[in-house]
Each structure stands twice: as structure tokens, then as C-alpha cells.
Design a binder for this molecule. Structure first.
Ligand SMILES: [Zn+2]
Length: 338
């Protein structure tokens, strides 16, 4: 049984008529879960207490979002990021829902989880909203799992086409949370170079795999097989969180990658295999993905993988940048041995 949070209340974060991060994303995904499915437990959204949000964000920043929402009209937090009157409440529900799924997965009430929430989170910094993100859902959930759920180590896997600068920053000096990202580079937000590998105790625990545009299913699969899987199996996290952005899809209007919906499923299958090998549950949190049809189809394929259904047969396709990833990350992780 897998747990899914999908609810039309996530449409209440309104971004304006022409914004790619539109309420229709939540509505479109929700159509996947209207019919009852014996393999899926639909979990009610939960509101996060502020005490959990401040595990990752400054209290004055959290209060500033509450105040912005309280103005009664839509406010621009940065050129891309808006806060409407319902945004604060919806953001608390995005975080709370993800944390609920994490708790259920760690208690083994569900085998895996998928929080189909918005606003997304991975660009949100401790004291700043950016890139459509208000609170960093995944970073907060990782901190909560360590603080309250008895988890010693969390791995965050981010396959959104953009680099999750906010998440990386939160754990850059922390060896309890490993941050792994594949992303288009150079691209928004500008971070995520191969040389950004963490600092102090966190040295080696940030694993960036920056990719030039146009990469396809086979390229991505090579990175996940040859870099992510051995790292997860060596790091042995108690929980794997996935920043699941679907904007590396070939149809996406923002990203410049060529992944198919089956490609996302193949990536999800590698994540599942690695996590199962160390006994860690996997919980997904929606990030980007702006072509509604591609988004819906990709989420559906990934959910099928979580339910244990057949993996699409896609062969890993090694490419020159992969050698650089192995050289740099292989200094810390057992990559060369495979
Ligand atoms: Zn993105």
C-alpha cells in the first residue's frame, strides 16, 4: 500500500493567469486519484505547526509570509514568486502533508508516499522565498525526521530540472542529510556546479550532477545507476525523500531536457531498488513540471513503480560528463569499484 496526498485545496495557492506554476497542476494530478485503487491510500492533508517550519526557516521569515498573506491581495515575494491570501495556509498544508506521509512510511503504515502538493519547495532558502517556492517542504521534512522520528540519516534525491539551491544550502555543512541532484546546468538558479560538494562535516554529502541540455532517458538512467545507487547503498539513510520535479520532461515548456514519462519511472525504479537495499522508505514531494499532460502521465508512471508494477526497460547510456561525476564524487563514495 502506498500513501498519496492529493487534494483540490492545493489549488488555493493562486499565482495569476499566466504563471506556469498554476493551480491546474494540482487539479490535473488529482484526476489520477479520483477512482478508488486498492494499492493507494489517499491520505488527508495536514497543517504543519509553525514549530516544524522553523526547523528549517527563520521565525521572522515565516511571520513575513503570514503577514504577506494577511494583506488580502496577491503580493510578489520575488519576480517569480507570489503570495496570495491563501498561500500561507496552503504552504503549511504542503509541509504538513509531506511530514504525515514520512511518519506513516517510517511507521510502516505505508510502503512509500507521494505528496502531490504545491507550492513547491526546493528553491526556498531559510530566509527567502524564490523560484515559486515559499517553504522548503523537503528540507523541513528531513529535519523533522531527524529531530522527531528517530531517523539518523536522510537522503534527498532531486530530479527536478532546476538545482534545489535552498535544500543544498540547508544541509551544506551537515553529514546527516545527503543532497543528490541532477539538473540542467548552467540554468536557473545558477547553483549546482560539480565542485559544490559540501563543507566542514558535510564535505562530500552534497552530490551535484550538472547536465548540459538535451539529455534523454538513457543518460539520466546512467547517472542514477552509476552515481546515485552506490551512494545511497553506502550512506544507508533511514529515509529517502525525493524532490520530484517533472520539468526535465521533453514536453516541458521551461526545461531543456528530453526525458519521457517512462524515463521518470525508470529513475523511480532505481531509487526504489537502492532504498529497499538499505531498508529505507521513499517519500516523494512534488516540485516542478509545467506541461500538464506530461506532468500527469509522469506522476502516474512513478506511482505505478511505487506500487511495485513493472519497470520500463531503458538501458543506461553512459556519456562523457558521467566520467567527471565518477571522478569527483568517487573521491568520497565507492563509485569506481562498480
Ligand atoms: Zn524546476
Amino acid at each position: 500500500m502506498i500513501g498519496v496526498v492529493s487534494d483540490l485545496r492545493f489549488m488555493d495557492h493562486e499565482t495569476g493567469g499566466y504563471h506556469p506554476e498554476s493551480p491546474l497542476r494540482a487539479q490535473c494530478i488529482h484526476t489520477l486519484f479520483i477512482r478508488e485503487d486498492p494499492g493507494i491510500m489517499l491520505v488527508q492533508p495536514a497543517v504543519s505547526p509553525v514549530e516544524d517550519i522553523v526547523l528549517n526557516h527563520g521565525r521572522s521569515y515565516v511571520e513575513s509570509i503570514a503577514r504577506a498573506a494577511g494583506r488580502g491581495s496577491t503580493v510578489n515575494l520575488d519576480p517569480d514568486t507570489v503570495c496570495c491570501p491563501d498561500s500561507y495556509e496552503v504552504s503549511l498544508q504542503a509541509v504538513g502533508s509531506l511530514i504525515s506521509l514520512c511518519r506513516m512510511a517510517l511507521d510502516r503504515g505505508i510502503e512509500a508516499g507521494f505528496a502531490c502538493v504545491r507550492p513547491p519547495g526546493h528553491h526556498a532558502r531559510k530566509d527567502r522565498a524564490m523560484g515559486f517556492c515559499l517553504f522548503n517542504n523537503v528540507a523541513i521534512a528531513a529535519s523533522k525526521a531527524i529531530r522527531s522520528f528517530g531517523v539518523e540519516r536522510v537522503a534527498i534525491v532531486d530530479f527536478d530540472v532546476h538545482h534545489g539551491n535552498g535544500t543544498q544550502e540547508s544541509f551544506y555543512a551537515d553529514n546527516r542529510v545527503l543532497y543528490f541532484s541532477t539538473h540542467q546546468y548552467p540554468f536557473y538558479p545558477g547553483t549546482g556546479a560539480l565542485s559544490e560538494t559540501g563543507t566542514g562535516e558535510g564535505a562530500g554529502y552534497t552530490v551535484n550532477c550538472p547536465l548540459s541540455g538535451g539529455k534523454n532517458d538513457g543518460h539520466f538512467l546512467a547517472v542514477y545507476r552509476h552515481i546515485l545507487q552506490p551512494i545511497i547503498e553506502d550512506f544507508e539513510p533511514g529515509l529517502v525523500l525525493v524532490s520530484a520535479g517533472f520539468d526535465a520532461h521533453a514536453m516541458d515548456p521551461i526545461g531543456g531536457m528530453r526525458l519521457s514519462s517512462d524515463g521518470f519511472a525508470a529513475i523511480a525504479a532505481v531509487i526504489q531498488e537502492a532504498a529497499q537495499n538499505v531498508g529505507a522508505p521513499v517519500v516523494y514531494s512534488l516540485e516542478g513540471g509545467y506541461h500538464l499532460g506530461a506532468l500527469k502521465e509522469s506522476v502516474s508512471r512513478v506511482v505505478e513503480i511505487l506500487k511495485g508494477n513493472a519497470t520500463p526497460s531503458i538501458e543506461p547510456m553512459p556519456f562523457p560528463e558521467l566520467e567527471n561525476f565518477i571522478r569527483v564524487h568517487g573521491r568520497i563514495w565507492p563509485l569506481a569499484a562498480r
